[in-house]
Design a protein around this ligand. Structure first.
Ligand SMILES: Cc1cc2nc3c(=O)[nH]c(=O)nc-3n(C[C@H](O)[C@H](O)[C@H](O)COP(=O)(O)OP(=O)(O)OC[C@H]3O[C@@H](n4cnc5c(N)ncnc54)[C@H](O)[C@@H]3O)c2cc1C
Ligand code: SF4
Ligand code: SF4
Length: 402
């Protein structure tokens, strides 16, 4: 891609020439607390001058060149360059929500659409026993990636695996085979910037990809498509979203789970969040930890995030509701609907209407509102449209995730 691709294009949210570059990204997103660490800007930079450390306490982009200091870019518009790619790719820069909405749905969400725009709300689970067992909830995501590979929709998927020596340290992974997909099933509740696996895909010449990620990550492709970031945005063919209220710092393992409860990371076999933090151990024991106790380990990049329901994915998935082993599945786009209908016809998943589960429906709306309330008043107003003010007696008592 050339650095000055489409600099004269307009977005619906901001008419006129798009001139914003790293300087504006740094001032308006990275240093203001809006940056989630999604790595969208990192993987799209055509000059490879944005660095990223995938370690606790970091998860933030930084400029690799010294010429103009950390806050400016020599390749950027107005500095002799002309590049604006990073701001086009950032799903927290200025009017990102209307931009992604317009691109995916041809309209912006209505004020009452707290969980974004959707076509179908389902509860699903993988028909395959192994996928179902290995999956976090119903194993739907694993079944879908497998089906997309089997049916030649994608070459590979950007997902979250774990470090070889630490089964709870998440790391971005390129899943190339169905075995890779199965091996990376389940949820880790620490941050994993899955878009970083794009580099490996590019090196391998794989360019038909699915991205699995929380809303902070899955909003990036539609934002960059709308803002015409260029050919780097093309490999993202499918976006599979994960509902998300927050991620935790890795320090929660030694500082809370082990120090207070004696639960060693290496002995944990599964965890989930359903109103409480649930932990299953190798010795067969099961433990519940109050989410309030976990709050102080909330990752910095999640504190202003307004997107619980991964509102810009083709299909978003979560575990809220009364059943543990079904995936709440929000089908949002035409493409998502085509795939899910074909999966149901092929018998690779079971499905039923999610509206049957009133608990899940209520939680979806409530948790979406709670997240939207975290978006600062000084940032783009679109995100807060329709968000009801907190009830007085409920102030400060956010409902638990899941
Ligand atoms: C950090 C996090 C927070 C979540 N919070 C909620 C919540 O509050 N409410 C809710 O209803 N659902 C939440 N979810 C979603 C839920 O845990 C399941 O991922 C979802 O229901 C899909 O289940 P499944 O069985 O279909 O997925 P699986 O078939 O198990 O597939 C899960 C996919 O997620 C990927 N993944 C795992 N961990 C991460 C990670 N840390 N970062 C990026 N990708 C990852 C895996 O690589 C895999 O591709 C959260 C998920 C994560 C990762
Ligand atoms: S939110 Fe994502 S794209 Fe935006 S600055 Fe942060 S890491 Fe980059
Ligand atoms: S709360 Fe979830 S979706 Fe929001 S920034 Fe954190 S990880 Fe991303």
């Amino acid at each position: 891609m050339t650095a000055d691709t489409a600099d004269t294009l307009e977005t619906p949210a901001q008419a006129g020439r798009w001139t914003a570059q790293w300087k504006e990204l740094y001032a308006e997103v990275i240093t203001t607390g809006l940056c989630t660490g999604c790595a969208g800007c990192v993987v799209t930079c055509p000059h490879d001058v944005i660095g990223y450390e995938h370690v606790e306490g970091k998860y933030k982009p930084f400029h690799l060149e010294d010429e103009l200091g950390p806050e400016n870019c020599v390749h950027g518009f107005g500095e002799g360059g002309g590049c604006t790619t990073c701001t086009r790719a950032c799903p927290r820069f200025r009017a990102w929500e209307p931009a992604a909405d317009m691109h995916l749905f041809g309209r912006v969400r209505e004020p009452e659409e707290m969980s974004g725009i959707w076509r179908q709300l389902l509860l699903t689970r993988a028909s395959d026993k192994v996928q179902h067992e290995k999956g976090q909830d119903g194993g739907f995501v694993t079944a879908m990636l497998t089906w997309l590979m089997d049916n030649d929709y994608i070459d590979a998927a950007l997902v979250s695996g774990v470090e070889p020596d630490d089964v709870w340290k998440a790391r971005p992974v390129l899943a190339r085979t169905k075995e890779d997909v199965l091996a990376t099933a389940g949820s880790r509740y620490t941050y994993c910037a899955n878009p970083l696996a794009l580099r490996e895909a590019q090196e391998a010449g794989l360019n038909r990809l699915a991205l699995v990620g929380m809303g902070c990550q899955t909003s990036s492709p539609p934002t960059m498509w709308d803002r015409k970031a260029g050919k780097v945005s093309k490999p993202f063919l499918f976006n599979i979203g994960l509902l998300c209220s927050k991620t935790f710092d890795d320090a929660i393992f030694p500082e809370l789970f082990e120090a207070k409860y004696g639960l060693k990371k290496q002995d944990m076999v599964k965890m989930n969040i359903k109103g409480v933090f649930q932990i299953w151990m190798k010795d067969g024991s099961y433990h519940e930890i109050d989410l309030k106790e976990c709050h102080q380990w909330t990752r910095e990049g999640c504190k202003h995030c307004p997107d619980f329901s991964a509102e810009h994915a083709d299909i978003s998935t979560g575990g809220i509701g009364k059943d543990n082993d079904w995936t709440l599945t929000i089908v949002r786009t035409e493409l998502g609907e085509e795939v899910i209908n074909r999966m149901i016809s092929a018998g690779v998943i079971e499905s039923r209407p999610a509206q049957e589960d009133e608990v899940a429906m209520k939680l979806l709306r409530t948790l979406s509102i709670v997240s939207r309330r975290r978006w600062p008043e000084w940032a783009d107003k679109a995100v807060s449209v329709g968000v009801p003010p907190p009830k007085k007696k409920a102030a400060g008592t956010a409902p638990a995730a899941h």
